[in-house]
Design a protein around this ligand. Structure first.
Ligand code: C5P
Length: 237
């Protein structure tokens, strides 16, 4: 089943503290952005990519795409000051229908099998998002004093990709814009339509490269995956 991936890549990465877009930081001599794009470049079901970038970084990203032979990017659109606005620019640029995936450029470790399942579920039901079950004990404490211990078996930590029938996502984005609603993911916008959103179980290694510690984890994951290519008997994260 074919899909197009929309990738917000226009953040400033302040929490990484690099002083520039964290997606340019390298893991194993390759920028994080390219690691993420490579996953989709290699997936035959991915028929196109739309990237939201900062206008000032457009040229640098364009030459990185050439250098690393990323061929499926059909548009580089101008990102906004919020992630949701960057995704909205991708949605406007697509305008074609079919299945679309929204995926953070800062999550290079997404697995192919999760992508496949997300696309299947979105095709059938309209909306599917990647998530993992909460591992820690969860407390509700709006002002720092515990009001309730929440049943963690019912809680999911949500990641990207988030997959949608394009018409569902477009309608959700239009409603959010008309009502000046700002969410933290695309699913929130679709939930506001009253459309059910299904969760596809993902893996704990699909981390968003956010702080310096994530880079250390990322290096370990990469090394482990490279090792796994030579030794398929090793445990995978
Ligand atoms: O900052 P954070 O890691 O949560 O951002 C998630 C993704 O959204 C990143 O890939 C980042 O580049 C992108 N983003 C964006 N436009 C913004 C803010 C973030 O495209 N205004």
């Amino acid at each position: 089943m074919e899909y197009t991936v929309m990738m917000p890549a226009a953040g400033s990465g302040q929490r990484m503290g690099a002083g520039y877009n964290k997606l340019f930081l390298e893991l194993d001599d390759k920028p994080i952005l390219i690691h993420t794009l490579d996953v989709f470049e290699k997936d035959p079901a991915c028929v196109g990519m739309i990237l939201a970038v900062k206008p000032a970084e457009r040229e640098r990203i364009q030459s990185m795409l050439t250098q690393f032979s990323i061929t499926k990017v059909k548009a580089l659109v101008a990102g906004g000051s919020e992630r949701q606005q960057s995704v909205a620019a991708c949605i406007r640029a697509h305008g074609e229908g079919g299945i679309v995936l929204v995926h953070d450029a800062a999550r290079p470790f997404i697995s192919q099998s999760v992508i496949y399942e997300l696309v299947q579920v979105a095709k059938e039901h309209g909306a599917a998002i990647a998530g993992v079950q909460a591992k820690d004990t969860m407390k509700f404490a709006p002002v720092g004093i515990v009001e309730e211990t929440v049943d963690r078996s019912k809680l999911w930590i949500i990641q990207t990709p988030q997959a949608f029938q394009y018409t569902v996502l477009q309608k959700a984005a239009e409603k959010a814009e008309a009502e000046a609603f700002l969410g933290t993911d695309e699913s929130m916008l679709v939930e506001r339509l009253g459309h059910p959103v299904r969760i596809v179980e993902s893996t704990y290694d699909n981390v968003k490269m956010t702080t310096q510690e994530d880079l250390v984890f990322g290096e370990i994951l990469l090394r482990r995956r490279q090792g796994n290519k030579d030794d398929s008997s090793r445990t995978r994260f």
